[in-house]
Design a protein around this ligand. Structure first.
Ligand code: ATP
Length: 440
């Protein structure tokens, strides 16, 4: 008889900008749990929630993991101690830790998680949720971390990616990361499209190494375990690393922009999409950013395209009457600007025709005819064909009916990169061997 029980663990908000990283704590926890009689049921999950909430440290990531164990109490105590030990509370972390001890995750968790992906959730609501559902939970500070902790347990994947995060030895924390740029380029050449967003060829910039004092040395994002493991063998650095762990994630899925924003009640910090008709001429402001408005359901919504997205030239070519679908985050109003949608993608649905009166075109030669003078006919200079009046013609537009996304250097963790458009990774095979976790 199997006496093991299923235990799902969610935690968040253990780090600060001064150090630590919630994924590193996950790595430490897995390292401890590997010594116990526990069997992992899936990869640890790194779930990115609403990237437009103001108090995130970096990418608003939370962690969950599921395992089977004979001794859930012992495991819970161990994890609680590790969360207490590794959380950077003195620098503002507000950790939340939640345990769920049944096999099937209830629908309420999934609903909570869906909401956290695009709305702003009140932390008291998270505390009430935990009490109402009789959850075994724990928090420090103001408990903000409970939102990510509950959300990470409830997250349902329609599509996923993986990220291999490698960690530095303690002695290297805060020091410059040195990695061979050539090896990153080689790695990308050898593993793309099964890895993504590793190198920005336009700017010549390595994208896998973070810049803060956190313990991560690099993170390789991709579609499958084999490509990620192969990538680690191609990358070259003199630094001896501590180990790595592979996470299953919603990064690169564009998940936060799937919901329709309510234009009658556009809430600050919400993420989502809205379809409307361009209602004001795009205007470039100081810094090169472009502002314009769209009309949706009779509501005018101010939109901003920031210069670093590389989409300002597209925005500048919009005209009043174009129909577009915009995804992005709602910025709160300032003294100068109303609540504005900060654009993260733009899909042009219909382009308004620009009609202009022009000289007629010769039906035979397909050339513009020339006017023979005031109040006179037009004539083709090649074949002599005549026509009495000007024609109304649609002028070419410099933008197309298509999806436009920011350039790679302006991608957020959740942005769906070009190479993932149309991809739906659903394969739920879990590699039970320990290839996804290593301590060197
Ligand atoms: P890192 O990416 O380095 O792990 P972070 O960017 O995830 O850091 P946190 O320190 O975890 O930043 O802070 C994010 C906080 O916001 C957490 O406490 C999390 O519970 C909370 N949170 C997540 N989603 C929402 C939401 N939709 N509404 C309100 N709070 C949220």
């Amino acid at each position: 008889m199997d006496l093991k029980q299923t235990l799902t663990i969610g935690f968040d908000d253990t780090d600060s900008l001064k150090g630590m990283c919630t994924t590193f704590l996950a790595y430490k926890i897995v390292n401890e749990l590997k010594k116990e009689d526990s069997e992992f049921l899936d990869y640890p999950k790194l779930i990115r929630f609403n990237p437009n909430i103001p108090w995130k440290t970096r990418g608003n990531g939370a962690i969950s993991m599921s395992l089977r164990t004979k001794n859930p109490s012992k495991i819970k105590n161990k994890i609680k101690n590790l969360v207490e030990k590794y959380s950077d509370i003195k620098n503002g972390a507000n950790p939340g830790l939640v345990f769920y001890q049944k096999e099937t995750i209830p629908r309420e968790f999934t609903e909570f998680s869906k909401l956290a992906l695009w709305q702003l959730i009140n932390r008291n609501y998270a505390k009430k949720f935990a009490s109402k559902n009789n959850l075994d939970f724990f928090y420090l500070g103001n408990g903000q971390g409970l939102i990510g902790a509950i959300g990470a347990i409830g997250y349902h994947f329609d599509d996923y990616t993986l990220e291999l995060l490698s960690y530095r030895k303690n002695s290297k924390f805060g020091k410059e990361r040195k990695i061979s740029t050539k090896s990153v380029i080689d790695m990308e050449k050898n593993t793309a499209p099964y890895t993504f967003n590793s190198f920005d060829a336009k700017k010549g910039r390595v994208l896998i190494t973070p810049h803060g004092p956190d313990p991560v040395f690099y993170g390789i994002r991709g579609e499958n375990i084999d490509s990620l493991l192969r990538a680690t063998k191609i990358l070259k650095s003199k630094e001896k690393l501590a180990g790595f762990m592979i996470f299953k994630s919603n990064q690169g899925t564009g998940d936060h922009l799937k919901n329709e924003l309510n234009v009658n009640n556009l809430k600050a910090y919400a993420s989502g999409k809205v379809t409307g008709i361009v209602s004001s001429k795009p205007k470039t402001i100081k810094g090169g950013h472009v502002l314009f408005s769209i009309l949706s359901n009779s509501k005018e919504i101010p939109c901003a395209i920031y210069k670093p997205t590389g989409m300002t030239s597209i925005a500048n070519n919009l005209i009043i009457g174009d129909k577009i679908c915009i995804g992005g985050g709602v910025k709160k109003a300032t003294k100068k600007y109303r609540r504005t949608l900060n654009v993260e993608f733009m899909e042009i649905l219909t382009l308004k025709k620009i009609l202009q009166e022009t000289n007629p075109i010769c039906n035979k030669c397909k050339k513009n005819m020339k006017s023979k003078g005031k109040n006179q006919d037009f004539q083709c200079i090649k074949c002599g064909l005549k026509s009495p009046k000007k024609e109304i013609r649609a002028m070419p537009r410099n933008i197309k009916k298509q999806l436009y996304i920011p350039k790679i250097s302006a991608h957020r963790h959740l942005t769906r990169p070009k190479q993932r458009l149309g991809i739906n990774n659903k394969d739920s095979k879990f590699d039970k061997s320990s290839s996804w976790f290593r301590v060197y």
